[in-house]
Design a protein around this ligand. Structure first.
Ligand SMILES: C[S@@+](CC[C@H](N)C(=O)[O-])C[C@H]1O[C@@H](n2cnc3c(N)ncnc32)[C@H](O)[C@@H]1O
Length: 462
């Protein structure tokens, strides 16, 4: 260390209690209070509230505090539905009224457009929220562990792998909650051993359940450590018996010491590897490994916004990059000449091709591969499309993808994003490359959490 470098001293001390007024929320929904201009993030505290907190962790630029008492309450504070959820971190915004959650999410999108994209003038609509912001998740991945000698299902305590037993998950489809308990009790009855992470022993690691919101079809996936499932036949017939909506029972085998839930091998124990759901009038077949949006009601809002933004007339050639099982692709195809879906996961494309047949669609084709590579191949062939739709994972678009867009120059682009920060980064590049960012519509796909989805329209400046 250089002689002149002074040792950093924070203006707060660890384990000491302080009182202050919350000024803001971080994008993750933590209250921000400043002491001598040094920010401290306090979970569960809201703007304008005077609070006491204990400093629990100090970094160079900020610290973390544990909320001890709310002295003056924000008008946006609501009673939390259960303290247990606060420990799991699955509903980090449950203490904020739903209206205020929607305002917070819009504000987050506005800020990243200003600060990261440098596009403060883009009109951003109010967030499309849900009428009932609970019970929306159509997929549950529930760890199975032994607690006090008993098999339990629940959720891990935040930032840990200590299981908190839970039977009602509040943001999950209640039919899925019921099914988790039924499956757990069947496994218990047949003395299946819960997985132990420390010794890497035991049979059952996770129970994964997916349910078609519109079809009611159920898929159950038993994630096991080895391919051995003791008393397999009895388990299969008991689950079928107790869950009449079951169409697919899968054993996924994950022998690794890992936090990743699914392994690479699986066996179909009943039905086939997939269940159906419908979206915007089309029916989709979804395998246990395929991505499918987890909030079916809001997905229709999201897709409809993307389709409306594309303003298709029936004459356009469209690329739907990062297309998953082809849900948005088929929605776009109703109004386009031809849509090409690009997706990296082979199983998803198998599902997508089946979905084309099920829905009797003729103007769609899919290509498997990394979207950035496929786009470069397209531009190398000097082929053009009129409209480009993208719906990438949280990390956003690869630089090679953005470069290919700027070479191909489609007239219109619709960007569907689940991460405002990477969206803003990509919009800046696209704007600098010649696109006008016309408008944005945030959609609340994940009530009670800080996540927000955004649809953006871009248009090529001639
Ligand atoms: C946010 S999901 C959207 C899927 C689909 N549009 C939907 O709404 O169901 C992103 C998809 O991108 C796929 N993906 C991830 N990286 C990719 C890449 N480099 N190239 C193509 N697809 C990719 C994932 O497998 C996933 O299906």
């Amino acid at each position: 260390m250089g002689k002149n470098k002074q040792k950093f001293t924070a203006p707060v001390l660890k384990n000491k209690d302080y009182t202050g007024t919350i000024e803001d929320l971080t994008h993750e929904g933590l209250g921000v209070v400043k002491i001598d201009n040094f920010p401290i993030f306090v979970e569960g505290a809201l703007p304008q509230e005077e609070v006491t907190f204990k400093v629990v962790k100090i970094g160079k630029k900020f610290a973390f505090g544990k909320l001890l008492e709310v002295i003056t309450k924000s008008p946006d504070r609501v009673e939390i539905i259960d303290k247990v959820y606060a420990q799991t971190g699955t509903m980090p915004l449950q203490h904020l009224s739903y209206d205020a959650q929607l305002r917070f999410k819009k504000d987050h999108v506005v800020r990243v457009f200003e600060r990261i994209a440098k596009l403060p003038e883009v009109p951003i609509a109010d967030v499309i929220g849900m009428e009932d912001p609970y019970g929306y998740r159509n997929k549950a991945q529930i760890p199975v562990r032994k607690i006090n000698g008993k098999m339990e299902t629940g959720f891990f305590r935040k930032n840990s792998h200590d299981l908190i037993p839970l039977e009602d998950f509040a943001i999950q489809d209640p039919k899925i909650d019921e099914a988790v308990v039924i499956v757990r009790d069947i496994l218990k009855r047949y003395h299946i051993k819960p997985y132990d992470e420390v010794s890497h022993k035991g049979d059952i690691r996770h129970i994964l359940i997916r349910r078609g919101y519109y079809t009611g079809e159920l898929m159950v996936v038993l994630v096991t450590r080895t391919s051995d499932l003791p008393r397999e036949n009895e388990i299969i017939s008991s689950i079928k018996d107790k869950l009449p909506e079951l169409v697919s029972l899968i054993q996924n085998i994950n022998p690794e010491k890992t936090n990743v839930i699914l392994g690479s091998d699986h066996k179909v124990l009943f039905g086939e590897d997939g269940y159906h759901d419908t979206l915007l009038g089309d029916t989709y077949f979804i395998s246990h490994e395929s991505f499918y949006q987890i909030n079916p009601v809001q997905t229709q809002q999201l897709y409809q916004t993307a389709i409306d933004y594309a303003e298709l007339t029936g004459k356009e050639t469209v690329i739907d990059a990062y297309c998953g099982i082809g849900t948005l692709t088929l929605g776009l195809a109703k109004k386009a000449k031809h849509v090409y879906g690009l997706e990296i996961v082979n199983t998803a494309i198998k599902n997508a091709n089946r979905n084309v047949q099920v829905n009797d669609v003729s103007n769609v084709s899919f290509k498997v591969g990394a979207a950035e590579d496929l786009m470069v191949e397209w531009t190398d062939r000097n082929e053009k499309v009129d409209v480009l739709v993208v719906d990438p994972p949280r990390k956003g678009l690869a630089k090679a993808f953005v470069d290919a867009v700027l070479t191909m120059k489609p007239e219109k682009m619709v960007y569907v994003s689940c991460n405002p920060a990477t969206l803003a980064r990509d919009l800046k590049l696209l704007h600098e490359g010649g696109y006008d960012v016309v408008k944005a519509q945030p959609v609340d796909m994940f009530p009670q959490t800080h996540h927000v989805e955004t649809v953006v329209l871009l248009s090529l400046v001639k």
